[in-house]
Each structure stands twice: as C-alpha cells, then as structure tokens.
Ligand binder design. Structure first.
Ligand SMILES: Nc1ncnc2c1ncn2[C@@H]1O[C@H](COP(=O)(O)OP(=O)(O)OP(=O)(O)O)[C@@H](O)[C@H]1O
Ligand SMILES: [Mg+2]
Length: 466
C-alpha cells in the first residue's frame, strides 16, 4: 500500500525541514509549503491526506488556511502548531476543524503519535466524504480567481444554477466580476455550444436599444435600410447577457417583460412575433430593490429577472483573495509583456490587502498592469505604488500634521530613535511579547528585531518568548 502523504506548511524553512526529515525517515511521503496560500495550492497537486501547519505565517496564516481547507477539502486532517498558544487560539483552531494542536517546542515522538491517530481518523472519514458531491467543474471556473469562503460558495452556486434554464440576476459593485460569472454560467451549461450574446443596456442609445434587442424590418424607421435580426435571435438556444439592466428605460422594461413571459420577440415594424429559446442573465451594479421602491424599475420585471439572484461580494470583503489576485495578474502581465517582475514585498502586500478597493478586481488588475509596465523587473516596493495607495497607512502611523519643528531646532536622531522605540514596544504589546509576530507587524526579520532590542536595551513590560 502507498505510504500516506503529508504536507508541511511553515514559513520557517528550518522547522519545516526538520519535521519533514523526521516524517520521511518514518516512511511517510512528505511535501512542503512556505505558507497557507502555497499550501492551499499544493494539497490537491500532491493529493495529501494530512497537513501539519504552523499558525503564524505571512499571506494566509494557519487558522485562515485551516478554515479555507475545511470548506473545500473537509477530508484532509490538519495538525497545527505554534509557539504562541492561548485558550482562544486553541478553541478557534478546533472550531475551524483542526484535528490536534501542538505547542512549540514539541517532541517528535509526540508529533508521530498524533500523525498516526489523525491518519486513522482520515481513513474513516474519507470513505464517507468520497460519496458526497464536490465542486466537479472547478477547472471550468479556473479563470475566476478566489478561495475566500464567499467566493467558494459563489462557485457552488454558479455550478448549481448553470444546469438550469432559470433567469439569473447578478448584482454587485462595479468591477467585481459580474460578466465573468455570467460567462462561467454559460460555459458550464448545456448551451455552451451556442452563442453567448452580451448587450450593454447603458451603452446603446435608448431609441436604438429596442431594435438592437428585438431586431427590425426594413423601412420600419429612418435608417432601417435592411431587415436585421436582434440580439435575442442571435442568442437563440444560447445565453443573452443583459448588462447594466438598471439603465433600461421604462417603455423597454415593459417590452422585455412581455418577452420573458411569452418567450417571443416582435421585431420593430413586424406584424408577427417569433419564438425564441434564450437563457437570460441580467447584471447591474445598481441597487434594483431600491429602484423598485423608488418606482424607477418595474417590480414585476424585477421578480421575473431575479429568479436566481447572485450577489458578488466587493473585493474588500474577500480577505485572502487580494493576495491571490495580485499574484495571478502579476503572472499574467509578466507573461504578456515579457517582464520579469518577481513579486510584491511584504509592505506592499500589507498595504494592498488593507486597501478598500472601490474599483474592485478591475482596479487591482489595472494597478498590477501599470506596475509591471513601469517596473519591468525586480520586486515591487511601497515606493512603486501610486500615492493614493501609500498615503492611508503612512498617515495613520505618522500623523505628520501633529509634528512641529520647535523654533530653536531639535535633535533628529533622538526623535527618530524615540519614534522607533515606541513602535517596537507597541508591536510587542500587540503580539503579547511574541517576537516573531512583532517582527512581522513591523515588516522586519525576527533576528533584526532581536538585535535592535539588545542594542537599545529595550525592556518590554511583559513576558517575552521566542
Ligand atoms: N475573481 C476574478 N478573477 C480574475 N479576474 C477577475 C475576477 N473578477 C473580475 N476579474 C476581472 O476584472 C475585470 C472586471 O470584471 P467584470 O467586467 O466581470 O466586472 P463587472 O462586475 O461586470 O464590472 P462592471 O459593473 O463595471 O461592468 C475583468 O477584466 C475580469 O476579467
Ligand atoms: Mg460588467
């Protein structure tokens, strides 16, 4: 029988190598990941049965990783460890589905006992898991990047609705990926071989939209020099995507409602209507419910359209997806523009994961494209970011408007020193004395922080641990 496969996730290479060497020696097949995000990508790649993970890791930390892993692969057993143990953390880990929690430093024999127990538990569990449905068409949804809980439930929803012919209404802020989702629904449906026709209701002048949608007969109005079929007919047996539906004028809303009820279109100037077999997906970044209350959108049409409502969450609510998207677009633009930008440094990641992205994924995509063009190679640092991304965070730390230079001058070195000391002590307070975590908060290496503490003889009024 093949020996069990275990993935070890830890940003500290030494610990990772140490645990890996021990488990390989014990006969397990061992793989390594350098943080939670890397681990999420590697669990399927190596088809592992167990993950042993550190808690404090950059990008996706251990707790977040376990939560995400459990939502997609509940059958994989996880063991977590950390030097920083407290009740709350242990409770959260177990609640998230961790099998066992070990406090660092741990004894390797102790680890092996839990690995064995965990694998026995996994073998029992996976039998029942295999018979449950999971996201089969993940590959088809691959161009929609996201691993946050909100996006994972969206993928499930997309997969479910794709199989039906029901009308879908996609709502969400601008740039959240509404069109991408509409296309995914079409691609996963049985209509795949037929057309996906998109109409942007806001971009076509009101007087032309009717003939654009339903077609017209020659001579029916000035400029109708030939008979033309409309988008409904073009989408016959396929999908019609009515984008920016909130911008459709009242008179056309009535006509659209009639088509949705009768599944027949009447071209402008025609005397007879034609049957059409079209799946409708509508989208808007406006609040249609509010528009219904204010009578600017027809209530009956709203209900016809929102048989299956899907809401795309704004990017700022998708947590770890920001880092994932940054790397995805970096890779894409590096390829497309033959650039060699290596990545984003920690501070940039920190700034961008806390930025509120009013333009959502589109804004992020444009930012990465711009930085890849300007930078060309190397690592993107905070100084490469446009001012608006940098200012929020720096301002909150510095409060430069509160700093005034005294008339008789001042010693810059001691001011900078004092400022540094204050921030270091605050970081230690926040991490309750954990130097590794404090160093992360300050974007420093742990060893650099320790050197600084020694040199400055800084005393943190609490218990210090490694
Ligand atoms: N989850 C995602 N993964 C990868 N790319 C994405 C994702 N979401 C959006 N994008 C990209 O972001 C851009 C904007 O997406 P899209 O056009 O689907 O947004 P939208 O919600 O329709 O916006 P608007 O309301 O402004 O029309 C596109 O280039 C799309 O490919
Ligand atoms: Mg759109």
């Amino acid at each position: 029988m093949e020996s069990p496969k275990i993935l070890i996730a830890d940003d500290d290479k030494k610990t990772r190598d140490f645990v890996a060497a021990f488990l390989s020696y014990k006969g397990y097949q061992v793989f390594q990941a350098f943080d939670g995000q890397d681990a999420l990508q590697k669990v399927d790649l190596h088809d592992v049965q167990m993950v042993i993970t550190d808690i404090m890791m950059p990008r996706v930390n251990g707790l977040e990783f376990i939560k995400q892993l459990k939502s997609i692969r509940p059958d994989i057993v996880t063991i977590a460890y950390s030097a920083f143990a407290n009740f709350e953390m242990t409770a959260n880990l177990l609640k998230a589905g961790a099998f066992f929690y070990l406090e660092k430093p741990f004894n390797l024999e102790e680890l092996e006992t839990h690995v064995k127990r965990g694998l026995e538990h996994q073998a029992l569990q996976s039998k029942s898991f295999r018979s449950k449905p999971c996201i089969k068409n993940r590959a088809l949804l691959n161009n929609i990047i996201g691993e946050s809980e909100k996006m994972l439930s969206l993928f499930e929803m997309v997969e479910k609705v794709a199989g039906s012919d029901s009308t879908v209404l996609i709502q969400g802020e601008s740039g959240t990926g509404k069109e991408l989702v509409a296309r995914a629904i079409h691609d996963l449906s049985t209509r795949l071989e037929k057309n996906f026709v998109a109409v942007n209701c806001a971009a076509i002048p009101d007087e032309l939209l009717e003939s654009e949608l339903f077609g017209h007969v020659k001579g029916s109005f000035t400029g109708a020099v030939a008979t033309r079929i409309g988008r409904f007919e073009m989408a016959d047996k396929g999908t019609l995507f009515l984008d920016e539906i909130g911008d459709m004028k009242a008179n056309l809303q009535v006509k659209l409602l009639r088509v949705l009820q009768n599944r027949e279109v009447e071209p402008v100037g025609a005397t007879r209507s034609k049957k059409v077999d079209v799946r409708i997906i509508a989208a808007t970044n406006q609040n249609l419910e509010q528009m219904v209350s204010s009578k600017s959108f027809r209530e009956d049409l709203y209900y016809r359209l929102s048989v299956i409502p899907i809401t795309l969450p704004p990017l700022r609510e998708r947590g770890t997806d920001i880092a994932l998207l940054l790397n995805h677009f970096l890779e894409r633009f590096n390829k497309g523009k033959q650039s060699k930008v290596q990545g984003f440094d920690r501070q940039v990641m920190e700034i961008l994961t806390h930025y509120d992205w009013p333009g959502n994924v589109r804004e992020l995509e444009n930012l990465v494209e711009r930085m890849v063009i300007i930078k060309g190679s190397g690592l993107i640092t905070a100084s490469d970011l446009p001012e608006k991304y940098r200012s929020g965070k720096a301002a909150s730390v510095l409060r430069s408007d509160e700093i005034t230079l005294p008339d008789d001058g001042f010693c810059l070195n001691s001011a900078v020193e004092e400022f540094e000391n204050k921030l270091i002590l605050q970081a230690l307070q926040k991490s309750r004395g954990n130097k590794k975590e404090a160093a992360e908060l300050l974007n420093l290496k742990r060893t650099t922080l320790i050197e600084k503490l020694k040199k400055k003889k800084l005393v943190y009024d609490g218990v210090l641990n490694q």
